[in-house]
Ligand binder design. Sequence first.
Ligand code: GDD
Ligand code: MG
Length: 338
Amino acid sequence: MQAIILAGGYGTRLAPLTYTKAKPMLPLLNKPMITYLIDALPERVDVIVATNYKNEQLKEYFDENGIEAVINKEDKPLGTAGAVKNAEKYIDGTFMVLNSDIISSINMRKFIQYHFKKKAFTTISLWPVKNVEEYGVVDLRPDGRILKFVEKPARKEAPSNLINAGAYCQEIEVLDYIKEGEFVSMEMEIFPKIIEEGKPFYGFTFDGFWIDVGRHTSYIEVTKILLRKKGLRYLSGESTIHGILKESTVGDECVIGENSVLKSCIVYNRTKIGKNIFMENCIVADNCEIGDEAILKNVVVGEGEKIGKNCKIENEKIWTKPIPDGYPRKQIGNPLSF
Ligand code: GDD
Ligand code: MG
């Protein structure tokens, strides 16, 4: 069995972090997010990563860490179904598709077993949320069959509070529904078509946790959940920590100065955080400097940025350099409808 990890897209909602890093390479407890997906797959599943933006970062990481995965590059983004079609040559039967920006407690084995038990054409994982308008929403029958799938509906038109949780198990014939070489959305075009044609389309619910890491706030939240699950108050790589870390992670070669307090923060590598600093709900990318006495709340600092001494900053994204060439100004793919 193969699993296609959808790792393209620019991760625009995570800019400026994604100006310099591919979204699946953003660190979560100091390991790229994509490794959590790969580790959750049953052993004998071949991994195919469908990427376009900054795929060389993934390749380098896989090579260095002996991770066996095919990197299947798209010359231009093909959308969530187009990317799967583009991997057709690797697929030899029932296959999985995983969104790469989801961290969850789904048991993949049980999910696959459920798909076979139901003799489904497509099975998707489901999770209940309040903000349904940001996701794909389903109408689910008590026996697990999905009667309707609507991508990002207006709240009052959402058929339920159960959303597409971003993991699919599909029969190989699904590939016949997708046009080759074109931008095709699985959620907006293929799922509705499967339902329209009366093919068995099922939903799989599970317990535990599910977090969309597509936004800064959820990225911090999932970091805290994983720290708690590991029984850790904080995590630091090979860094010099003089200050206090609360529910935070720090990568390698960083320095955190005396009397500085970091609460619910993510710090990447080679960043210097001075003395007497207070930071809460912040993400600081590689090679940054934060000056002494600064107070930062809900701030995302892009790679290589410097924040001066005594700065007080709230609710800002810091990026002073030009936006990289070719980076889109707005979200592409399945944007929100408002
Ligand atoms: N290879 C490739 N090519 N991957 C892509 C492309 C593309 O053109 N476009 C998006 N992706 C990847 C993204 O990196 C992400 O892992 C996944 O496909 C879904 O795209 P997002 O842009 O993150 O979509 P979304 O978050 O708005 O909505 C999707 O996820 C929700 C769950 O978080 C949909 O699948 C919703 O139905 C779902 O509820
Ligand atoms: Mg997403």
